[in-house]
Design a protein around this ligand. Structure first.
Ligand code: HEC
Length: 465
């Protein structure tokens, strides 16, 4: 009898293990994540969307569910084998989605122009967007009183949200391709459209009239009219790593994940390319917008591209691997301009002198951080360390000269300054997190505002496109 029961148990286990990931998906997931995994009420479940996310994290999301969302927990409903198989299945490639202007327009929703609007009249340059990772919401905060005025549901935000130059509207894109336009004067959502099935980031043209969306699925640079959010062009150029706007003749600059090229997009949305020495997946553009400083996924070398001359002017080996250039902090001191940037996975921050392109120093930090921030009128460079402590670097000597620990034991990440640099805002990156406001000179905390995992904060004046 006991033997028989054991055999039966084995047979049942074996049977469920045979249910392939695809079948489990069809039965339990397709209703929310789309038959082709392009996303419906749930996000797309595709390799392009997950990026470098760990398998263990995907399995955990399926097994435990995602609290306070519609993502159910499948522990108990699915066997451990089924969980593993469906997790492996969502990492496989799928058919490239058809996502033309027709599909985009079918998702477009504009607010009624005569609808309710709250009163504006705030100092627009002191506006903040606070992106909550915990809820997928973006909050709009007055940076004088530090009070939240409104918020919108935007989904998982990957690249930074953007303000237009006139500070009339803010824009954001979720990882599943939804572009949201927010009217900063009326303090309400102005409209939204799904520009792709999975997207990397957006850029707003200097004149505020167009938005470029780096869509990962399908692979395209989608140009939208910012007034109507209607698509005006879709440029197929391959897999993009990011798009940025430029003030000069070229409107947008795009870089590629796997191609050693940069693309410049002009007023007529025609692309011209610059050959470089490695694909740039992580980069910044210096303030004069002549040079792009970047690195590839391998992160072994730093490339400097001169956009005016259309060529690489410097290529240097990075002493510490994986420089995170997209989050570089820039400042003037000693008659030069410097950039400080962390290294992914390494407890170090490097300082580079711009225009001579010389590495000046590598500063050891408490841990491997993601962000460095500086402000013209704030005395220190603030760097996070993936610990509960933010370290402060002197602008002239590049030495660590201080630190702040907002809440011992809780991760402190990402720094943003107010318009005049008087205050530095630090995130407590926890589900029951906060934004802690510091006086940037006395280094005393002056306020703590509760947020659910506030992954990023963006000041309008500092972040104008
Ligand atoms: C009732 C709808 C629903 C069903 C059924 C469902 N999901 Fe989800 N799922 C969601 C939603 C909504 C989210 C996004 C939650 C959030 O806002 O973070 C999500 C998120 C996820 C994520 C995390 C994605 C990320 O951002 O990294 C994974 C992985 C996932 N689902 C897998 C599955 C799998 C596999 C199944 C089937 C076994 C499934 N889901 C069934 C609604 C659903």
């Amino acid at each position: 009898m006991r033997l028989f029961l054991t055999m039966l148990a084995f047979a049942m286990l074996g049977g469920s293990a045979l249910a392939s990931g695809a079948e489990v998906y069809e039965k339990h997931c397709a209703s929310c994540h789309h038959r082709e995994r392009w996303g419906l009420t749930g996000p797309p479940l595709l390799p392009e969307y997950f990026g470098p996310k760990k398998d263990a994290d995907i399995i955990a999301a399926i097994s435990e569910g995602i609290p306070a969302t519609n993502m159910p927990a499948f522990k108990g409903k699915l066997s451990p084998d089924e969980l593993r198989e469906v997790a492996a299945f969502v990492r496989t490639k799928t058919a490239v989605p058809v996502w033309s202007a027709f599909e985009m327009l079918s998702t477009r929703k504009m607010a009624d122009a005569a609808g309710p609007s709250k009163k504006g009249g705030y100092d627009m340059e002191e506006f903040f967007m606070v992106v909550e990772g915990g809820t997928g919401r973006v909050h709009f905060m007055d940076g004088r009183s530090f009070t939240v005025l409104d918020s919108v549901k935007a989904g998982a935000i990957h690249g930074g949200p953007k303000f237009d130059n006139e500070l009339k509207n803010a824009y954001m894109v979720s990882r599943d391709g939804w572009v949201v336009k927010y009217d900063l004067e009326a303090l309400r959502e102005a409209g939204r459209i799904r520009a792709g099935v999975s997207a990397r980031n957006i850029a707003i043209s200097a004149d505020g009239r167009h938005m470029a969306v780096a869509s990962l699925l399908p692979e395209a640079l989608v140009i939208l009219d910012t007034e109507t959010l209607k698509p005006v062009r879709s440029l197929s150029m391959g897999a993009l790593s990011a798009v940025y706007s430029l003030k000069g003749r070229a409107r947008f600059l795009a870089a590629f994940k796997d191609r050693a090229e940069l693309a410049l997009i002009n007023q007529d949305f025609e692309a011209s390319t610059i050959e470089i020495d490695q694909p740039l997946t992580d980069f910044f553009i210096e303030p004069s917008e002549r040079y792009v400083i970047g690195t590839s996924r391998e992160g072994g070398r730093i490339t400097v591209v001169d956009l005016e001359e259309g060529r690489v002017v410097k290529s240097l080996k990075s002493k510490v691997r994986m420089p995170h250039l997209a989050s570089a902090a820039l400042w003037r001191a000693n008659g030069s301009v410097y950039a400080a940037f962390p290294h992914i996975g390494e407890a170090a921050v490097s300082v580079m002198e711009l225009y001579s392109w010389e590495m000046k120093k590598t500063v050891k930090t408490k841990g491997p951080g993601f962000f460095a921030r500086a402000h013209e009128y704030a005395p220190h460079i603030w760097v996070d360390t993936n610990t509960d402590t933010i370290q402060l670097i002197d602008k002239k000597t590049f030495e660590v000269v201080g630190e702040v620990t907002p809440e011992p034991g809780k991760k402190a990440m990402h720094i943003e300054f107010t318009k005049e640099g008087s205050f530095a805002l630090v995130s407590i990156w926890e589900d029951d997190g906060a934004v802690v406001v510091y006086d940037s000179r006395s280094l005393k905390p002056v306020k703590s505002l509760p947020f659910k995992k506030p992954v990023g904060k963006y000041n309008a004046f500092n972040k104008k496109s």
